[in-house]
Each structure stands twice: as structure tokens, then as C-alpha cells.
Ligand binder design. Structure first.
Ligand SMILES: Nc1ncnc2c1ncn2[C@@H]1O[C@H](COP(=O)(O)OP(=O)(O)OP(=O)(O)O)[C@@H](O)[C@H]1O
Ligand SMILES: [Mg+2]
Length: 255
């Protein structure tokens, strides 16, 4: 009953060099439940962002089924996408000379939020990420940490059940990383299902219920912190970072 997202055998191919086919995602299946954080962990180029783009409807998968709260993404793309918020982060994507409020109202309209709900949804999203007091400030004046919280607010503006966060803590200072982690915890407690990618193993260790190790577009192993450490052949007291380092060579494409 509390299943939010079911992904079955998803593939995404691109044209490679000399008419070859490059399998960026090569048959990945998983389930996301309400109040659960699942993470995709793997080296650069493993396919994490392509996977998120494919599930969220930004890229059409080459193959596979995606069901979002009982809605098939291919058959009901509009309704299904309304259940999801996607956060890619970075410095781009906002109008620097417009306020935080106006930026989010713009994206709410793009996401087909009803006109009567826009004000409420935008203020609510700004409150969750603790940016309500700067709602009228130009986004161009925001620090990286504020910008990242604004990206998360953007992902929340259509009040989605599912949130996908692609490297939400990348490039942030220690305090901002902490703030974003606490924010993700509170969203999980509020019942959202969250898909998270990060290269920071402390993010994964503190936030993820299930870790999916991804390499070369395939899932190599899935489990919780302890199971990953067991798979890596390290002691349970070892950090997840050390465990990952032991596994990393197995996740490299082509090995
Ligand atoms: N539009 C595209 N056309 C061709 N190849 C692509 C395209 N998008 C991604 N790829 C390739 O697919 C592979 C997976 O890329 P992806 O960005 O999903 O990796 P990632 O796991 O998110 O890596 P990172 O940790 O660096 O963010 C890479 O080899 C990339 O070059
Ligand atoms: Mg990526």
C-alpha cells in the first residue's frame, strides 16, 4: 500500500562512437516506499543522473516500465509527473534578477500547479527550506547553500510525494551540508519517498535506508549500511566511505 514508485527493467541507450550503442542504463529495477530514502551510489558516469532523468520523464527510456502511485509514466505522463519533484542542483536554472518567490511561482506554473494554489504552494515550499524571510530577495544574491535549498523548494512546489535529489550537497560548506541533510530527514519523516545520489558517503550513511550500488548502468548490489559493509568484506565499524573504496574497482565501467 505504501509503494510510491516501481521501476522495472529500465534501460536507456545512447548512440556511441562509430554507430555503436552505449548502454548508459542497462536493466535497473527497484521499488520506493513512502517515508523511505534510497540512494544510488557509484562512480562518475555510472548512470545515476541518466536514471533519475529517465524516471522523472525528462528522458524517454529505451525500455522498461515505470509506475508512479499506480500511474504508468508512459501512458499518463502528465499525471505521473505531478507526483514527482526533481532537484538537479547547481548554480543555474533560476532567474538571478527575479525574487525567490517569483522564480518558484514560475516553476509552479510550468508544473501545472493550479493558479489558486500557487501562492500557498510557493510559500509552503519556501518555509520548508527556511527561505521564507528572503522570499523577496533576488536569487542572484543567494549563497550556494541558499541556492541549493531553493532548488529543493523548487522540487517541492507541486507538493509531490516523491522527491529525487541528484547530488543535493555537492559543493556546499559544512554547515550547509548539515542543513540540507536535516531537511532531507524531515522530508522523509513527513512521508515523502526520496531518491538520493551523492558522492559524499556521510550523506548516504546518515540518510539512506537502502543503498543501490550502480556501475556501468547496472545494479551491482543493494542493501542497507551493514549489508554494504558485509558485501565489501569490511568490519561493521568501518566507515561507509572505506567500504565503498573497497568496492569501487568493481563498479568501474568495463571492468
Ligand atoms: N545525452 C547523452 N548522450 C550521450 N551519452 C550520454 C548522455 N547523457 C549521459 N550520457 C552518458 O551516460 C553515462 C552516464 O552518465 P550519467 O551522467 O548518468 O552518470 P552519473 O552516474 O550521473 O555520473 P556523475 O557521478 O559524474 O554525475 C556517461 O558515460 C555519459 O557520458
Ligand atoms: Mg550525475
Amino acid at each position: 500500500m505504501n509503494e510510491l514508485l516501481a521501476v522495472q527493467n529500465i534501460k536507456r541507450y545512447f548512440k556511441g562512437k562509430n554507430k555503436t550503442i552505449f548502454k548508459a542504463i542497462d536493466g535497473i529495477s527497484f521499488i520506493l516506499h513512502k517515508g523511505e530514502v534510497i540512494s544510488f551510489v557509484g562512480p562518475n558516469g555510472a548512470g545515476k543522473t541518466t536514471l533519475i532523468r529517465s524516471i522523472s520523464g525528462y528522458l524517454v527510456p529505451t525500455n522498461g516500465e515505470i509506475e508512479i502511485m499506480g500511474l504508468n509514466l508512459a501512458q499518463k505522463p502528465r499525471e505521473a509527473r505531478q507526483k514527482m519533484g526533481v532537484v538537479f542542483g547547481g548554480d543555474r536554472g533560476f532567474y538571478n534578477s527575479a525574487s525567490a518567490y517569483d522564480n518558484l511561482a514560475f516553476f509552479a506554473r510550468l508544473l501545472n500547479v493550479k493558479e489558486k494554489d500557487i501562492k500557498n504552494n510557493v510559500l509552503n515550499a519556501l518555509e520548508i527550506v527556511n527561505l521564507l524571510d528572503v522570499k523577496d530577495k533576488y536569487v542572484g544574491s543567494f549563497s550556494k547553500g541558499m541556492m541549493q535549498r531553493l532548488h529543493i523548494a523548487r522540487g517541492l512546489v507541486n507538493q509531490p510525494e516523491i522527491l529525487m535529489l541528484d547530488e543535493p550537497t555537492a559543493g556546499l560548506d559544512v554547515e550547509s551540508v548539515y542543513t540540507v541533510r536535516e531537511l532531507i530527514k524531515s522530508l522523509k519523516e513527513a512521508g515523502h519517498g526520496i531518491i538520493l545520489t551523492s558522492h559524499d558517503m556521510a550523506d548516504i550513511e546518515t540518510l539512506a535506508d537502502t543503498i543501490h550500488l550502480i556501475g556501468g548502468g547496472k545494479l551491482v548490489f543493494s542493501g542497507n549500511n551493514d549489508q554494504i559493509k558485509e558485501f565489501a568484506g569490511v568490519d561493521a565499524n568501518t566507515s561507509l566511505e572505506k567500504a565503498y573504496l573497497a568496492i569501487a574497482p568493481k563498479l568501474k565501467r568495463g571492468l
